[in-house]
Design a protein around this ligand. Structure first.
Ligand code: WT7
Length: 645
């Protein structure tokens, strides 16, 4: 997939300013204190930090120690009280073309009103609140109002089902939930409030629920617990922002890992704010009058960092789009770009591949000349999709900013940085490390990989945007991410560094899948299958998919005590109801038994090998080889059925 021999073909971006990047990068590594001192002033502080970094709690790092600030002040107040007061902070659009524009002053009013309501409902500094909302302006408002009073928010992606919501609420002990009556996607109503009601049957900590009336669809309201947003806010209220410590937690975001239970990644305030704002400037070089469109969902880290915090801290104008990029027509995304004259588009390789599939006539029929820079995020982008994006969307004029990062890193760590000089691109490579980032590729034995040799990617030095911990899980924080001591932070990704020093990300090295750019643990899907009550055993793995990057394949053994044999559809539907569409396997194969070790561990590796028609390696640890034959049979049956269709 990666062509490292590609000579830097993008002449228009070959300019001598690489030298500038090289110097900034070298300074950041050789003299980080000085470098981060300057970087820190992207924010306003109530009182300045005493030291840049405190390493005494390694592998926990504390940034801008004892600095005091409020992120909502930085994102809203300082623009709302200055020349940007009437500038649009957000242009909200939906699939039907409805539009709502909120200025920085308008955002200020909304954030204050909700912050006051939260205080009156008993939310205090340090309390946790959960946000489960469609892509509407009230979603960033909820995050900022929470940050304003020092509460810690956790946004739960609106595609998750009731059980996934309850797990997250229970893990962080959320006291209040902010949601909406529902949302729309592909013209379909998504009953968010109803799903929250189901989730709250399995939680103990939630005292109140605030509901935004967005769709006007009827919902049931529980007396004494549920309140309409419009009833609890008063537009005239103002709330003094809480003076937060730089290392106070700002939010928790759950993400999948190698075990079943998602991990609560905790981000801090000062270091996180400094990192997201600076990385956005370095990578995209946004201009004052730009319209920035990050087409991710706010429920993921991409939306937290680059729809909410970075663009607002920088005082930019963002598009927030509630809907799907190819609905109602395959040209929806191009329509929005031409109508709103979007300057920068930031989206995922999956989106690019699926738009590419519709054909060139759709982008061609719209004026895309407002575009200046294009971004990609979430999974490796294959050179074919990169080139299509570059030529057909960017008219061979816009650099492709392939940003490599993770929920845990807070912001970009490897990416082209047009804002500080480097603009040499290779299609499919995320290019070079950002200032302050010190990547190294290690082989299994711990030695450094040679140029062109595949290995595991570590980041040796800490950086301000990195998570400050995992909620309630010190052990995982230490072992999963810092288990190899001096090698630093382990990303979980395979990578290659080529002879020019460019990085090529090659996918996850652990039991984590990337399906349409979404991060999903194989064990998480297995647990979801088991929790349906229909399945006794499950083995899950990923297979390459042309559009989605990967798709989820599962093999299951049914429970023998169920009176009626459940169908594949029934199993899928149960998973969808409980956890949402994300965790539903693309393929469910029912078999009589699964290959296991003598100690009873299901051998995903063997199932996958049989599935891929590879000869499974060493079978001596297997309990019985019969199950391998059964898997072969199930696969043959499945393939025959597919052929018959
Ligand atoms: C994983 C992190 C990054 C924010 C959204 C996803 C993969 C991410 C790239 C890229 C190749 C990428 C990695 C990483 N990934 N960006 N530009 N090229 N791979 O955040 O859900 O925490 O997922 O996404 O595998 O570890 P996330």
């Amino acid at each position: 997939m990666t062509d490292q021999s590609n000579p830097l073909p993008f002449d228009s971006f070959m300019n001598p300013s690489l030298g500038k990047y090289t110097k900034i990068y070298r300074d950041s590594i050789e003299n980080p204190e000085k470098f981060y001192e300057d970087a820190g002033w992207v924010l306003d502080w109530y009182s300045k930090w005493e030291t840049i970094i405190d390493r005494t709690g390694e592998p926990y790092y504390r940034w801008y120690v004892n600095g005091k600030l409020n992120i909502s002040y930085n994102a809203v107040d300082r623009h709302a009280n200055g020349p940007r007061r009437n500038k649009a902070a957000y242009i909200w659009v939906d699939e039907k073309g409805n539009e709502k524009i909120v200025t920085y002053r308008g955002l200020y009013r909304r954030v204050n009103a909700l912050a006051k309501a939260l205080l009156e409902m008993g939310v205090k500094k340090g309390d946790r609140i959960a946000i489960y909302m469609p892509m509407i302006i009230e979603e960033p408002v909820a995050m900022l109002a929470s940050a304003r009073i020092g509460a810690v928010f956790t946004v739960i992606f609106s595609g998750f089902g009731a059980e996934a919501i309850a797990d997250r609420i229970n893990d962080c002990g959320a006291k209040l939930v902010i949601t909406a009556d529902g949302g729309y996607r592909r013209g379909k109503f998504i009953p968010l409030k109803e799903t929250v009601d189901k989730a709250l049957e399995h939680t103990k900590t939630v005292e109140s629920v605030i509901v935004v009336k967005h769709t006007g669809q009827p919902v049931s309201m529980t007396e004494g617990r549920d309140y309409w947003y419009s009833d609890v806010i008063n537009d005239k209220e103002e709330v003094e922002p809480e003076r937060m410590d730089s290392n106070d937690p700002l939010f928790i975001l759950y993400t999948s890992g190698t075990t079943g239970k998602p991990k609560g990644v905790v981000h801090g305030t000062g270091g996180y704010g400094v990192w997201v704002a600076n990385t956005m400037k370095w990578a995209f070089d946004p201009q004052e009058t730009d319209r920035w469109w990050c087409a991710a969902d706010i429920g993921w880290i991409t939306g937290h960092s680059y729809i909410v915090f970075a663009p607002l801290i920088l005082g930019l104008t963002s598009i927030i789009y509630e809907g799907s990029l190819d609905y109602p027509g395959p040209d929806q995304v191009w329509k929005i770009i031409s109508y709103y004259e979007v300057d920068i588009l930031y989206t995922s390789p999956t989106a690019i591949r699926s738009l590419m599939k519709y054909g060139d006539e759709y982008p061609k029929s719209h004026n895309l000349s407002s575009l200046r820079v294009l971004g990609s995020v979430g999974e490796p982008i294959n050179p074919v999709a990169w080139e299509w994006y570059y030529e057909k969307i960017g008219n061979s004029q816009c650099p492709i900013i392939d940003t490599y990062w993770q929920t845990e890193t807070g912001g970009f760590v490897i990416s082209p940085v047009t804002g500080i000089g480097t603009t040499l691109l290779k299609p499919g490579s995320a290019t070079l490390p950002l200032p302050g980032i010190d990547p190294v590729i290690l082989k299994q034995d711990g030695g450094e990989a040679a140029p062109g040799e595949k290995g595991l990617l570590f980041l040796r030095k800490p950086w301000p945007g990195m998570m400050i911990g995992l909620n309630n899980d010190d052990k995982k924080y230490r072992t999963l991410y810092f288990g190899r001591g001096k090698d630093g932070y382990y990303t979980g990704d395979y990578a290659i560094k080529d002879k020019d020093g460019y990085y090529w990300l090659l996918g996850r090295a652990d039991e984590v899948l990337k399906v349409s750019g979404h991060r999903i643990g194989t064990v998480e899907v297995e647990d979801a299958l088991l929790s349906t009550g229909l399945v006794a055993e499950a083995g899950v793995f990923g297979k390459p998919h042309q559009i989605k990057g990967e798709s989820i394949v599962s093999f299951v053994v049914l429970k023998s005590d169920s009176r009626m044999e459940p169908s594949v559809d029934a199993i899928k539907e149960k998973v969808r109801q409980k956890f949402g569409p994300l965790l539903v396997p693309d393929e469910v194969h029912i078999v009589g038994s699964l290959p296991k070790t003598r100690s009873g561990k299901i051998m995903r590796r063997i199932i996958k090998a049989v599935y891929q028609n590879d000869i499974p390696g060493d079978l001596t640890t297997l309990e019985s080889e019969a199950s391998v034959d059964e898997i072969k049979e199930a696969i043959d049956k499945f393939r025959n059925e597919m052929d018959g269709n």
